[in-house]
Design a protein around this ligand. Structure first.
Ligand SMILES: [Zn+2]
Length: 107
């Protein structure tokens, strides 16, 4: 089964990130964000963490920190300026949706 698009599992988070990109200087990332797939969910075990990888290989070369109203959202880029990981901390809404999606796969 192909990995899901962020827009399928976390449409609200996607729109929030696109909105937060405005004025950040990193607006061109929007196009990438819209076609990114959730390749794997972070397994660090931190209950505040709902981060996920958007590439098979995660090698972070630079980051774009967004300024959400709640929690932390950080976009990790590799050396080719491709988004490889999205750090999501302190966002129970995102965690809930990821867990719900995960559960739906087990059924
Ligand atoms: Zn984690």
């Amino acid at each position: 089964m192909p990995s899901p698009l962020i827009s399928e599992v976390l449409p609200d988070l996607l729109e929030e990130m696109v909105h937060l990109l405005q004025g950040s200087g990193a607006e061109p990332l929007e196009e990438q964000l819209r076609r990114l797939r959730i390749e794997s969910v972070c397994d660090c075990g931190d209950e505040n963490c709902s981060s996920f990888a958007t590439a098979a290989e995660v090698k972070v070369a630079s980051v774009v920190e967004l300024q959400p109203i709640e929690g932390y959202l950080i976009i990790d880029l590799n050396a080719a300026e491709e988004i490889c990981f999205i750090e999501v901390l302190g966002r129970p809404d995102v965690k809930y949706l990821l867990e719900e999606y995960h559960d739906s796969l087990q059924r």
